[in-house]
Design a protein around this ligand. Structure first.
Ligand code: GRF
Length: 222
């Protein structure tokens, strides 16, 4: 285990259940991060309880308390920056972010999305994948840029869609993959292997392919 002083400080934003957050908390030591705070726009987000139980500071910044997106994002940013994170992660944070916010954290902002990007950006991905009769689905971790779900992809994991899948069974299998690749990618960032160079995600100094690192070669984080 690394000494606490060597751990990269990370702030996580959530809106709900927080299962990705829990996976990251469990692996934090192994991947060299310290979760400095978990911030939610929703006071009842379950993930806040998991964070508090792990001794992580939690905060709620309610979007309803601000007149517009820009003002909300400024307030959110002020709370995030209080913890001086070197990385900000969106772990089920269900809000569109303003350009100023995204630019402020450019190169140190990662999101997990439940689809094989660039397919199925946006919401209700599992339902849409089943409705379209897709055979394959999955999840992606990407750097966040101004384009919604459109930033450079770092890694993806695939799952096969079974004939009898409904959106819940499919979501569950995708989620198992999410819980592996998000900590893995965060670990790459914390160890200095991953960075955003211009508009490209680079791993070990090499530009990643448009779909991210080869999912077959991705190990587990811990
Ligand atoms: C995940 O499916 C994630 O990909 C998406 O929101 C969901 C969050 O789930 N961005 P949880 O709160 O981590 O359980």
């Amino acid at each position: 285990m690394n000494a606490a002083s060597q751990m990269m400080p990370v702030v996580a934003l959530i809106s709900g259940r927080g299962s990705n957050l829990r996976a990251i908390i469990e692996q934090a030591d192994a991947i060299g991060i310290r979760i400095a705070a978990v911030i939610s726009n929703v006071a009842t987000a379950q993930g806040l309880q998991a964070a508090a139980a792990a001794g992580i500071p939690t905060e709620v910044v309610r979007h309803q308390d601000y007149a517009d997106r820009e003002r909300y994002d400024q307030a959110l940013s002020a709370r995030i920056d209080h913890y001086q994170p070197q990385l900000l992660i969106l772990a089920g944070f269900m809000r569109i972010l303003s350009t100023a916010f995204v630019q402020h954290y450019r190169g140190r902002l990662l999101n997990i999305h439940p689809s094989l990007l660039p397919a199925y950006r946006g919401l209700n991905t599992h339902q849409r994948v089943i409705h379209a009769g897709e055979r394959e689905h999955g999840c992606a971790v990407h750097f966040v840029t101004e384009e919604l779900d459109g930033g450079p992809i770092v890694a993806q994991r695939r799952v096969q869609v079974a004939a009898n899948d409904d959106e819940h069974t499919l979501a569950q299998r995708v989620l198992q993959q999410e819980h592996q690749i998000f900590p893995l990618v965060i670990g790459w960032f914390a160890s200095g292997r991953l960075r955003l160079q211009g508009d490209s995600a680079q791993l070990d100094g090499n530009n990643l392919a448009p779909h991210g690192a080869d999912s077959d070669s991705l190990g587990n984080a811990a």
